[in-house]
Design a protein around this ligand. Structure first.
Ligand SMILES: CC(C)(COP(=O)(O)OP(=O)(O)OC[C@H]1O[C@@H](n2cnc3c(N)ncnc32)[C@H](O)[C@@H]1OP(=O)(O)O)[C@@H](O)C(=O)NCCC(=O)NCCS
Length: 169
């Protein structure tokens, strides 16, 4: 799947392209993990596993041909719940709408797979991520103590992917 957009807030001439991740992206994804996260970074083995498996969807964003970010969604067979497992944008590319574009594409894909709800966990002090989720319609649904490897807590969020007009009850 490839989407191309020309609607970035701070550089209206830049091309943002979203495409499925490939094994050849793993080296740069590992670099991004090191820059975006201080704990619970995904390993090479994890990226390989998610790229190979049928129950994961890894989408990368390229800005003018340079990998700028990714989103990873996990699915369970026969479940209407999708889980936003990770999302990250290189620090030099943040605040340009890339995170929002990745999130919207992840939600659209989950809907296409028949999921009704997207769930996620976010570190309790991660203000920028919490802001993007709340701005995108996610509601806080709980708290998980000592969720991350460094002992910090997580907030649980979820969003209904079902259009208001198409609910059956
Ligand atoms: C969270 C993250 C993915 C956001 O990516 P991004 O490309 O900067 O997001 P966007 O530019 O689409 O921002 C969308 C909105 O989120 C909010 N936001 C994003 N970064 C923010 C920040 N540093 N401070 C406050 N609000 C922020 C804003 O409301 C922003 O909209 P605006 O720029 O019009 O005000 C990025 O900051 C990141 O990679 N962080 C490190 C990894 C991480 O924490 N991932 C989440 C794990 S749960």
């Amino acid at each position: 799947m490839v989407h191309t957009m020309r609607a970035l807030a701070h550089d209206r001439h830049a091309d943002l392209r979203l495409r499925c991740g490939l094994p050849a992206d793993i080296a740069i994804l590992l670099d991004l993990e090191g820059k975006a996260f201080t704990t619970d970074q995904l390993s090479r083995k994890s990226f390989r596993h998610f790229l190979d498996g049928p129950n994961a969807y890894l989408l990368v964003a390229e800005l003018d041909g340079v990998l700028a970010g990714y989103v990873l969604v996990i699915f369970r067979p026969n479940s209407i719940m999708a889980r936003l497992y990770s999302i990250a944008v290189f620090p030099e590319f943040t605040r340009r709408g890339i995170g929002q574009a990745l999130l919207a594409a992840a939600e659209a894909h989950a809907q296409e797979r028949g999921c009704h709800v997207m769930r996620l966990e976010v570190e309790i002090n991660n203000a920028s991520a919490i802001r993007i989720y709340e701005k995108s319609g996610y509601c806080r649904r709980g708290h998980a103590a000592s969720y991350y490897d460094n002992g910090s807590d997580a907030c649980r969020y979820e969003k209904s992917l079902v259009q208001a007009g198409s609910r059956t009850r």
